[in-house]
Design a protein. Sequence first.
Length: 101
Amino acid sequence: MTGNLLLDGTAMAVSIFNTILLTWLGLMVLFTSDRRAWGIWIGGLGLLMGGAFFVSHSALLNLGLYRLSWNVVFWWGVGLVPAITLPFLWYLVVLWYAGFW
């Protein structure tokens, strides 16, 4: 990371907070909603995928990007899957909520 203890600690704390928050929100949406609507499932799974992204983000912050090892490549790949698919899921949820389907 940067070597600045305050900056590194703050970045890791924000990343872990986002992981916990998105995972909790995704589980609450899936557990407390009307499960018949497919838009709710996509929204809840999108929130869980956001939590998975921040898990990989926290791992990459911990590993650092200065050396290229198999750990960095693995977590980079894990983080790219949600980063690429989440905008499309959001688009589907917006269309579902607007009544397109």
